[in-house]
Design a protein around this ligand. Structure first.
Ligand code: HPA
Length: 272
């Protein structure tokens, strides 16, 4: 595995002269952040040795290098989901490559269903913590001590200092932001009303089919993480409505400018 990671990192290094320390993973319907990246260089996943290729509509596959505000960034346009059939090692492979490239901070975004009754469709939820309900753990199997500890600490999976910065920014800009716990599930079904209720009872505020595996692998590797969910549908008792991928994409797209404003300013402002 180490050899594969290094081979991929070497290839990327051969194509990118000024390697960023900050990476961003863009979720469903949230790809437009890329428009704010300047001096862009695209590397299609298909050109990168050992890189998987994403299969879902609305998830294009490119690594993008460029500048967001005053920072060099690497953005993943399109991520790999467990429900697509990839195993956890594949889902999290790009994060391992990030570590090998010297990435120190990871920003993740996703579309999620809201279970917290205070949430509205189109809200931004800053992720303060998560609950991992994926059926396979991304760190299951041999531990590579070079990559991180066998039993990694998860007491602050989402960086407190970045969360605080994000709240300051939202306040300054007058953007309504919520906060909460993200529940990661395998999908691909959306939840039944009983499942939404159950996820809320166990402490979840939003639920989605991504993010948790990447965050676990990033924290294992000592990468600092900030995450944000865009609430695209509601799983609140009594008001659970039919939901489709198209609606999720549409809601994510309309909330995108708010999310982008916070992310862009946060990336610009935080100390690398
Ligand atoms: N459940 C799971 N994943 C999701 C949802 C949801 O309600 N909305 C967007 N992604």
């Amino acid at each position: 595995m180490l050899e594969t990671i290094n081979q991929t990192a070497d290839y990327i290094r051969s194509r990118v002269s000024d390697m960023p320390k900050t990476a961003i993973i863009l979720g469903t319907g949230l790809g437009a952040l890329v428009d704010h990246i300047e001096d862009k260089q695209y590397i299609p996943y298909s050109e990168i040795p050992n890189f998987p290729v994403s299969t879902v509509e609305g998830h294009s596959g490119n690594l993008i290098f460029g500048r967001l505000g005053n920072k060099r960034v690497m953005a993943m346009q399109g991520r790999f989901h467990f429900y697509e059939g990839y195993d956890m090692k594949t889902v999290t492979f790009p994060v391992r490559v990030m570590k090998a490239l010297g990435i120190k901070t990871l920003f993740v975004s996703n579309a999620a269903g809201g279970m917290n009754p205070e949430f509205m469709i189109g809200d931004i939820m800053i992720i303060t913590d998560h609950i991992n309900l994926f059926p396979e753990h991304p760190l299951r199997g041999k531990n590579y001590n070079e990559l991180g500890a066998r039993f990694p600490d998860m007491s602050e999976a989402y960086s407190r200092r970045l969360i605080n910065h994000a709240f300051d920014i939202a306040k300054e800009k007058g953007i309504r932001v919520m906060q909460g716990v993200y529940v990661g599930t395998q999908g691909p079904t959306f939840e039944t009303p009983a499942e939404y209720k159950y996820f809320h009872i166990i402490g979840g505020d939003a639920v989605g089919m991504s993010t948790v595996p990447e965050v676990i692998v990033a924290r294992h590797a000592g990468i600092e993480v900030f995450g944000v969910s865009v609430i695209t549908d509601l799983g609140v008792e009594g008001i659970v409505e039919k939901v489709s991928h198209e609606e999720v994409q549409k809601a994510a797209q309309s909330a995108q400018p708010k999310m982008m404003e916070i992310m862009t300013e946060l990336v610009n402002r935080f100390e690398e």
